[in-house]
Design a protein around this ligand. Sequence first.
Ligand code: C2E
Ligand code: CA
Ligand code: CA
Ligand code: CA
Length: 279
Amino acid sequence: SKNDGRGQHRFYDQALSATVKGRAQLKARLLEALERGQFLLHYQPRVDTVSGALLSMEALLRWQQPEAGMIAPNEFIPLAESSGLILPIGERVIDMACAQLARWRAAALPLVPVSINVSVKQFASGRVLRQFEEAMRRHNVPASLLEIEVTESVMMGDHDEIAAELAAIRARGIKLHVDDFGTGYSSLSQLQRLRMDVLKVDRAFTAELGGPGQGRVFFQAIVSMAHALGMAVVAEGVETEAQLAILRELGCDEVQGYLISKPLPPDAMAGRFLTHRTL
Ligand code: C2E
Ligand code: CA
Ligand code: CA
Ligand code: CA
């Protein structure tokens, strides 16, 4: 099916490649984007599978490029990672998310945690916890309002320092989510050793639900394993009522996806989800 937003990304691709030629120029544009404040965050709600109550929102990076328009992260994160620019960009993301929480708090809106994507490259720098501490202090945001999403790749190989930093982050009260679960190679022993709080099952598996494949069996196994290890399960990319119904049946704790909402600019997010919160 082509119902995966790819058409939209192809549009971005062409617009971006028409204005940005080659890696060197893209890197220069990313630096310029940082200096000129062209990065912004959209937010996507994550809700309770049964009650539909808002539990958290994921911060998703966007680049408002003057000529090419709004650019999705897949278009520039790879180069940001290979060039090292992901470090200042990632630090900016953490700051923007905390600043947004502070603005919503100042507007007396009911708050839920913001979930922030942090790449392995950022963890390799050893500065993630410090960057969170600084942003939390700057904006007076408690750790309980922040969550971190990391892919399974952080659990692979000999990453003793990363494991120690993850443990310190968790001890500080910031919950850890395994992003895109099922697409990497993490083993059960790594999952237990690293003590993560939440498994976010990749949307490729959600897309299988209701189809002829083994999607349902896979989810069922993940849910029982996660619950046995004390973790919650989130289904990513939930697009249909049929998928939601199966996820309820299987005991999947939380859902995220276009069925609930696409990622939204902060004001739209607040208008639709922070004022109508059912407690
Ligand atoms: P991700 O962390 O797996 O984020 C989920 C992606 O799936 C988002 O794409 C979101 O818009 C999309 N999505 C959500 N619900 C649905 C759905 O129901 N159907 C479909 N087809 N797609 C859905 P987005 O915003 O383009 O982000 C892509 C990736 O870029 C993210 O994947 C994440 O890996 C990365 N990324 C985004 N923001 C950041 C950031 O601040 N820092 C880092 N390091 N990476 C980021
Ligand atoms: Ca994520
Ligand atoms: Ca994901
Ligand atoms: Ca991803």
